[in-house]
Design a protein around this ligand. Structure first.
Ligand SMILES: Cc1ncc(COP(=O)(O)O)c(C=O)c1O
Length: 419
């Protein structure tokens, strides 16, 4: 942390709106230029102006409403139910057996909570979560917050969870096993059928983290692409997280957590005993007050795009991914690290320092994600427009980095640090 930080102070008198907006906009001078498709993470750009207008209108419509109380705002309860049901239909789940959360991390947190509570009912005092090393850090965070232990098993040479290692790691204290569909770093799907079979044999829960794939894989399948079994059609899968604010193209703050049955969904709910004096308090997520726009926005995005729209988006993403992968393989010194199942992948190099390449790309406003094994891309529909431009910038940066330049930008960073 630097000591140069200046503390903001509340203005003594309110400022005119145009001044507030001017300050807000000036403050954005160093933000990534996502509108031009120059970022490959954090933003999922659908290249759909009508959808953007619709979401802006929806957020205005629901600017102040609070989803905490379904009695005051029953419309929100209906939108949440319908959104979860549309998702359950897509993933071959059960209507009424899930709900919305604020994002992948909260969906995972609630799934881990359900696992802990279920295990405790079975008399397990210190429940354990078994995941691959490639599982998203949200699982480690959930274990930290819920005081559970996580056992991480290795992945094979294709970066998929090693089934034998998972079988060996499952024991009497196991509460839940986890598979990713796909995992973030390499974009590959763990062997869900085998993981779910281990769960069934052991009588434990099995969560599929489809935060990335939940709204892409069903349409990938409709495009005729090979998709291994991963959803509720696989016996033994007991819950699935799928992010509406990623490949659902809703704005931020929307994910679903779906359970195999309604009984399990009930375990997710918290009810206060009423002793606090403020009346009955029940809630299905970690938050209390819940903003309405992400719920209404997720519902609106699903209705706006429909199955056709998502298939169209998936087609663009597939084409952009193929062209990016082929273009990267064609650059001397670069190779795609894994064989991704979807539209998320890492590329590496044995000859150039990819951090230096990323520095050079950043000078031109391009932001592939940095990770220890190389650079990482999550492809959105808009990227189809910039494939050639990006590949040209990448090839030029690799050429420049061949002179042995190395980076001083520090370790790969996925998320923030305290300021
Ligand atoms: C596979 C996977 N799981 C979970 C998450 C966490 O989602 P969020 O950042 O919405 O909390 C991500 C985020 O990229 C992810 O890729």
């Amino acid at each position: 942390m630097s000591g140069e930080r200046t503390a903001a102070a509340l203005p003594s008198a309110g400022l005119p709106d145009d001044e507030v907006l001017a300050q807000l906009r000036a403050n954005r001078h160093d933000d990534a230029d996502w509108r031009n498709g120059r970022i490959f993470g954090l933003i999922f750009h659908p290249d759909d102006d009508e959808l953007e207008e619709l979401l802006a209108a929806v957020s205005r419509e629901y600017l102040a409403e609070n989803a905490l109380n379904p009695v005051r705002f029953p419309s929100l309860a209906r939108l949440e139910r319908e959104t979860a049901d549309m998702m359950a239909g897509l993933l071959h789940g059960t209507p009424g057996a899930g709900g919305l959360t604020s994002g992948g991390t909260e969906s995972i947190f609630m799934a881990v909570l359900v696992a802990r509570e279920t295990a405790r009912k079975r008399g397990i005092e210190d429940p354990v979560l078994v995941t691959a090393v490639t599982a998203h850090p949200a699982f480690a965070k959930a274990c930290h917050l819920l005081d559970m232990r996580q056992v991480r098993v290795p992945v094979d040479e294709g970066y998929r969870l090693e089934v034998d290692a998972m079988r060996a790691a499952v024991g009497p204290d196991t509460a839940m096993v986890v598979a990713s569909a796909p995992c973030y770093p390499y974009g590959v799907i763990d062997p869900v059928t085998e993981v779910a079979a281990i769960a069934r044999e052991a009588g434990v829960l099995c969560h599929v983290d489809a935060c990335l794939g939940g709204l892409m894989l069903p349409f990938w399948e409709r495009l005729g692409e090979p998709v291994p079994p991963w959803d509720f059609r696989v016996e033994g899968v007991t819950s699935i997280s799928a992010d509406l604010h990623k490949y659902g193209y809703a704005f931020k703050g929307a994910s679903v957590l779906l359970h195999r049955d309604r009984e399990q969904y009930r375990t997710q709910w918290w009810f206060d005993d009423g002793a606090w004096g403020g009346g009955l308090y029940g809630s299905p997520t970690a938050a209390g007050t819940r903003p309405a726009p992400p719920i209404a926005g997720a519902w609106a995005a699903l209705r706006h795009l429909g199955e056709d729209g998502y298939v169209r988006m998936a087609g663009k993403v597939r084409d952009a991914t193929r062209r990016l992968m082929a273009g990267i393989e064609a650059i001397d010194g670069l190779h795609v690290t894994s064989t991704p199942d979807l539209c998320v992948f890492q590329f590496g190099s044995d000859v150039v320092d990819l951090d230096a390449v990323a520095d050079l790309l950043a000078e031109q406003g391009w932001y592939p994600n940095r990770q220890p094994g190389g650079l990482h891309l999550m492809v959105s529909p808009y990227h189809l427009r910039v494939v050639d431009e990006f590949l040209a910038a990448l090839a030029a940066a690799v050429e420049q980095a061949r002179d042995g330049r190395s980076s001083d930008s520090g370790p790969a960073t996925y998320a923030g640090q305290p300021s």
